[in-house]
Design a protein around this ligand. Structure first.
Ligand SMILES: [Zn+2]
Length: 99
């Protein structure tokens, strides 16, 4: 019973459902260079069902001491805060990758 995946019905050794779910939940951080040399830290792949994106951005803004906005489900922070954002999200239990 425990050896068969409930999602795809395959034996768990060859089932990839969990890998896919983990992959989909991965949050990526990109440093975006804007005009006039401005840097933006863009956080992508946030599932709004997993967390309150408004609470997360105000948390990140205070940790990084910067401004930020939510655009099309992505968090944009002013400046390069990749390391701090990664550490914060990892503490919350997310898989984070800096691209
Ligand atoms: Zn499966």
């Amino acid at each position: 019973m425990s050896d068969i995946c409930e999602v795809c019905g395959l034996p768990k050794e060859i089932c990839v459902c969990e890998d896919i779910a983990r992959e989909q939940q991965k949050i990526t951080i990109v440093l975006d260079k804007r005009r006039y040399g401005k840097m933006m830290t863009v956080v992508e792949g946030i599932n709004p069902n997993d967390l309150d994106i408004n609470a997360l951005i105000s948390n990140l803004k205070s940790i990084c001491a910067c401004g930020g906005t939510i655009k099309e489900g992505k968090i944009e922070l002013q400046g390069d805060h990749r390391t701090k954002v990664k550490e914060t999200l990892e503490k919350m239990g997310f898989v984070v990758e800096i691209l």
